[in-house]
Structure formats: structure tokens, C-alpha cells
Design a protein around this ligand. Structure first.
Ligand code: B12
Length: 192
């Protein structure tokens, strides 16, 4: 049912980015507000997230992926201890639509495994998501490891965790590009 609604939306407005930003993201933010206000249960929130992730997987075939991809690769993961992975999955899809080979690792990837994976795949970019501010320190540590292991790697970050930061916290993320949403990401990818 929800997948059909999403597909019908794309008939009216064939923009995956709009569907993700204006429908899925807004719906999940509303789910978060209702959950915080105790108006829905944790089970209902889990159901809404599972439905969204299911549709994202189902819609993969609808992505407008260029026939001839270039050789660029991106590895996408969440900051350590971060359990939120829907946003960064959308980010992976925008990379794909720009002709990139994306490797979406999601949550829970141990740092040593991430390093090994980057050694094997040799991506041009690593994208890391932070939703919860209390995981910021983990992100800073992850970036320190990545910078020392892969000095030429481009690292981009995003997620709601950055909206909750106190002024000045960004200073610790030198040479790291913060991108706030899928439109900005699309513009960035078209510019490099
Ligand atoms: C679903 C959900 C969960 C699920 C996640 C499951 C999953 N498979 O992802 C579960 C149940 C695991 C969960 C757990 C928790 N959650 Co939660 N969760 C949510 C919820 C409802 C939706 C998250 C989501 O998918 N949003 C939609 C996506 C599309 O939005 P997004 O992540 O912001 O991504 C967009 C951009 O930020 C950007 N982006 C994101 N990542 C990246 C990365 C890069 C590189 C780039 C370029 C861009 C980018 O692109 C996306 C498109 O624009 C939010 C509500 C909300 N406001 O989002 C709460 C929310 C994030 N959770 C919250 C909390 C408090 C928690 C818990 C601490 C609850 C608890 N007491 O256990 C735990 C934390 C666990 C942990 N260690 O991380 C709070 C955070 C509040 C805060 N100030 O930090 C929120 C805001 C709910 C609320 N209103 O209180 N949660």
C-alpha cells in the first residue's frame, strides 16, 4: 500500500530526491515528534521505519542511474554507536544517481572492519552519518583514524546530530565537508 503511494507520487513528480526529502523525511520527523510526545508507541515508530526502509529497497529499481557509471566509489557508514541509518541510505541512492558505485554499510560497522573495507575498495569518498549528538565524540575519533590511515581520502558528514551541536564544535572537523540534505549533496556531486 505505502509502496504504491510512493510509486504514484513518482508518476506525478518523478523526483526521488523530493520523495525522500518531502515525504519520507518529513514523515519520519513527524514520527519522532509523536514518539517524543508519547502519542505513538515505540512499536509504531519501528513499524514506520521498517516500512520506509522496505520502500527504499523496493524503489532502488526506480532510481535514474546513468548507464555508464564512472569509476568513483563511495563507502557510507554511521558513526560508532549510531543506530539511525535511513538518512544515509538515501545519501547512497543520490550517489548512485550521480553515477557512483556506492557501498552502504549502515550501522554497527566496527572501525577495524571499516578500515579493511576501505583498503579493499579504495573509495574516493567516505560518507558518515551522525543523528545523535552524544555520538559526536565517536565521530571525531573515527575521522582521526581515517585521516591517519588514508590521508588523501575525502570525508563528508551529515545528519541531524550536527543541528544539535553547540557553537564551535565544528572546529574539530577540519577539512571535512558537512552536507545537510540531498539537494545540497546533489549540487556538490555535480560540482566535483
Ligand atoms: C527511526 C528512529 C530511530 C530508530 C532508527 C532505526 C533505523 N533503522 O535507522 C531507532 C529505534 C533505532 C532509534 C533509536 C534511538 N533514537 Co531515534 N529516531 C528515529 C526517528 C523517528 C527517525 C530517524 C530517521 O530515519 N529520520 C529520517 C531521515 C531521512 O532523516 P535524517 O537522518 O536527518 O537524514 C537526512 C539528513 O540529515 C541527511 N543525512 C543524514 N545522514 C547523512 C550523512 C551524510 C554523509 C550526508 C551528506 C547527509 C546525511 O540526509 C537525509 C536526507 O535529508 C527520529 C526522528 C527524526 N527527527 O528523525 C528519531 C530520533 C533521531 N531518535 C532520537 C533518540 C533520542 C533515539 C534514542 C536515544 C532513543 C533511546 N532512548 O533509545 C535511540 C538512539 C540509539 C543510538 N545509539 O543511536 C531523537 C534524537 C534527539 C536528539 N536531540 O538527539 C529523535 C530526533 C526522536 C525525538 N524526537 O526525540 N531511533
Amino acid at each position: 500500500m505505502c509502496a504504491t503511494i510512493a510509486k504514484n507520487y513518482l508518476v506525478e513528480n518523478p523526483s526521488i530526491k523530493d520523495l525522500y526529502e518531502e515525504v519520507f523525511k518529513e514523515a519520519l520527523y513527524e514520527v519522532g515528534r509523536l514518539w517524543e510526545a508519547n502519542k505513538i508507541t515505540v512499536a509504531t515508530e519501528h513499524l514506520a521505519t521498517a516500512i520506509t526502509e522496505g520502500i527504499l529497497n523496493e524503489l532502488y529499481g526506480e532510481l535514474d542511474i546513468p548507464e555508464t557509471k564512472h569509476q568513483h566509489k563511495v563507502v557510507l557508514a554511521c558513526a560508532s554507536n549510531e543506530a539511525h541509518q535511513v538518512g544515509v541510505k538515501m545519501v547512497a541512492d543520490v550517489f548512485e544517481m550521480n553515477g557512483w558505485e556506492s557501498y552502504f554499510l549502515g550501522t554497527g560497522i566496527p572501525m577495524s572492519e571499516l578500515v579493511k573495507f576501505i583498503q579493499q575498495t579504495e573509495p574516493a569518498v567516505v560518507a558518515i552519518s551522525l543523528s545523535i549528538f552524544f555520538n559526536y565524540r565517536n565521530l571525531v575519533e573515527m575521522i582521526a583514524v581515517l585521516k591517519s590511515e588514508f590521508p588523501n581520502l575525502t570525508i563528508i558528514v551529515g545528519g541531524q546530530g550536527f543541528l544539535h551541536q553547540k557553537e564551535g564544535s565544528f572546529e574539530k572537523l577540519e577539512n571535512i565537508k558537512y552536507i545537510s540534505n540531498l539537494y545540497e549533496l546533489d549540487t556538490y556531486l555535480k560540482s566535483i
